[in-house]
Design a protein around this ligand. Structure first.
Ligand SMILES: [Zn+2]
Length: 372
């Protein structure tokens, strides 16, 4: 195992933070895997799973069973991790810029594409290597003017030449679910099975410049631009694994999730040894554009009638919003059949607030598809 500390831009004199990465397996391995936990710093199941993986990868490396080079960043967001206000951790948005830590990653596609055509050939492997080289160079020349940008660029630089990128998150109160792209789904469907994903939502561009998409969209855009004349493979496939809810931090759960990831790596021969048989997928993959955010029609006390992990029918009562002054009781109902997979932790709704997430089958949204 190698340990590297990557200094982030210091926001004020007298402070210094690092992004710490742990590297396992042969440095020149054919395949690379990047795994980070707790980019949203108040989502800690991913940090525990990353730490568990660290211990397991160390043993696999010592046993000579690791075929891929694996980078683990258990604390992906030391800035957000240090944000507390009156005993409440607030790690989703950067205090300074009020930006979501998982939005607005730098898009360097234009820089990579400059003069690229003259370097492309009919050899897909050559093209992949050439684009990766340019991807690294483009990120290296990007200036960071804030700690937030410095964090983003450091993560991007560490992950940009990985074949597989796993970003470990969680929701507020939820069952196992995930987000990835239709192109990556064949690679990650076995992971969805080992993980037991109750909802797997697919989109190529969900509109937010999130970490997972800041890699895949580069390849997607280059394929669109040059793919009719040159073979452009995907250089990276990425997935956002949602490890249930914020309170689901426990050793046994983390061991199960680490097993799922390692078994998926065995399935792809990234680790020696036979992968266990694939379990059934608990629920079919759906389009992210078919997911419904169910919102509170008014402010009031939130009372749930259903629990995440339950399949619901259109019209089913998910929650009630009760106004104790007017006596109004507002029902929040499923808008289509689907899987109710996540809900808010707040029990006082503000008008318009997202109360529940349902993975449906009727794609009806477009543009920006994510939560704030
Ligand atoms: Zn998150």
């Amino acid at each position: 195992m190698q340990h590297h500390a990557h200094p982030l831009l210091s926001p004020v004199p007298g402070t210094q933070r690092n992004l710490e990465s742990f590297h396992f397996g042969p440095a020149e391995a054919e395949k690379r895997v990047y795994i980070q936990g707790s980019l949203h710093a108040d989502e800690l199941p991913g940090m525990l799973v990353a730490w568990t993986l660290k211990q397991r990868l160390k043993a696999l490396e010592e046993a000579g069973q690791l075929k891929a080079h694996v980078i683990v960043v258990p604390v992906a967001n030391p800035i957000g991790l240090d944000q507390q206000l009156m005993d409440i951790p607030l790690g989703r948005y950067d205090f300074e810029s009020v930006s979501n830590f998982n939005r607005g990653y730098r898009d360097v596609t234009e820089r990579i594409a400059e003069g690229l055509e003259s370097a492309l050939t009919q050899d897909a492997e050559h093209n992949r290597a050439e684009i990766r080289r340019r991807f690294i160079a483009a990120l290296d020349e990007q200036p960071a003017t804030t700690a937030y940008e410095s964090l983003h660029l450091t993560q991007q630089r560490l992950a940009c030449d990985a074949d597989f990128i796993l970003d470990l998150h969680c929701d507020f109160n939820a069952v196992e679910h995930l987000y990835t792209t239709p192109a990556a789904w064949p690679d990650f469907e076995p992971l969805a099975r080992y993980f037991g994903a109750k909802a797997s939502m697919l989109a190529t561009d969900s509109g937010g410049g999130s970490f997972d998409e800041c890699f895949t969209l580069v390849w997607e855009q280059l394929r669109e631009r040059f793919g009719d004349r040159y073979p452009i493979p995907y250089g990276s496939q990425s997935i956002t694994l949602e490890l249930r809810g914020q309170q689901d931090v426990a050793r046994d759960i983390a061991e199960r999730d680490a097993d799922a990831i390692l078994n998926w790596m065995r399935y792809h021969a990234l680790i020696d040894g036979e992968a266990p048989p694939l379990p059934a997928l608990p629920y079919p993959a759906t389009e992210l554009a078919a997911m419904d955010f169910l919102r509170a029609p008014a402010g009031g006390v939130v009372v749930f009638h259903r629990t995440p992990g339950e399949e619901v029918k259109s019209g089913d009562l998910i929650a009630e919003i009760i106004d104790p002054i007017s006596d109004a009781v507002h029902p929040v109902r499923a808008e289509q059949d689907g899987m109710f997979y996540a809900r808010t932790q707040r029990r006082m709704a503000t008008a318009g607030m997202i109360v529940a997430d349902v993975a449906g089958h009727h794609a009806h949204r477009s543009g920006y598809l994510l939560a704030p």
